[in-house]
Design a protein around this ligand. Structure first.
Ligand code: NI
Ligand code: MN
Length: 229
């Protein structure tokens, strides 16, 4: 069965269509229940942008998982290819239609944020068991309406910590624009500066009377799903 597992901060493991995917694997974050060296059988890593809390332990995991590929914005993929010394395992994309990676569709979306190598992105995973949108680091943006309309995400993972990204107020508005079935808060509580609280996010979403269920995961928690198309 398809599932996702939260590793704290913005790091998730997603298992869909028989593939193990890591998103923003900063597994050395203070809340992660696993060490980067413990992750095995990874098929694909998706990196939203080059900040250390997102690129995270990507290089180490790629070195430990020789079959794993990585996909990211073009310039960042090139940077990673150089670090691992293998251009064939780093797939550079851009805003556009989805990339098809070993049969799985992955789209990059804009993110209202900054970065040093290439532009920051969100990622959409389009699988036969559900469509998932991980917003990366972003402020609220009108493009979320379009992301909701085109991809119809079943599950969205949204930053709620504030300071560098949306806080619960903006993230609740993002849910209104995206109209997902499930919204999972992330990017909070890792460091004192990230003040946003998941309970506040849940309350604000519920007050809007939306059909979305807010699911708060603790680091290590697994969430199973099936949204067969
Ligand atoms: Ni960032
Ligand atoms: Mn961040």
């Amino acid at each position: 069965m398809a599932y996702l597992r939260y590793y704290g901060h913005a790091a998730f493991e997603v298992f869909v269509d028989g593939k193990k995917i890591l998103i923003d694997p900063y597994l050395s974050n203070p809340q992660s229940p696993v060490k980067p060296s413990e992750v095995k059988d990874v098929d694909l890593i998706l990196v939203t942008h080059d900040h250390g809390d997102h690129l995270g332990d990507t290089i180490e995991i790629l070195k430990n998982n020789p079959k794993a590929k990585v996909a990211a914005i073009f310039e960042l993929a090139n940077h990673i290819a150089e670090k691992i010394g293998d251009p064939n395992r780093a797939i550079g994309g851009n805003m556009g239609g989805p990339m098809i990676i070993d049969g799985l569709k992955v789209a990059l979306t804009p993110a209202n944020h900054s970065s040093s190598i290439g532009v920051p992105t969100g990622v959409v995973i389009i699988s036969s068991e559900g469509t998932l949108y991980h917003a990366g680091d972003t402020g609220i943006m009108a493009e979320m309406s379009l992301i909701g309309e085109i991809y119809r995400p079943d599950i969205v993972m949204l930053p709620i910590g504030g300071h560098f990204t949306m806080d619960p107020v903006e993230a609740a508005k993002a849910v209104e624009l995206l109209k997902p079935k499930v919204a999972i808060p992330m990017h909070y509580g890792t460091f004192p500066v990230l003040y946003g609280k998941p309970e506040e996010f849940k309350k604000l979403v519920e007050e809007k009377g939306l059909k979305t269920e807010v699911v708060i995961l603790k680091p290590g928690d697994k969430f199973e799903f099936s949204f067969k198309k």
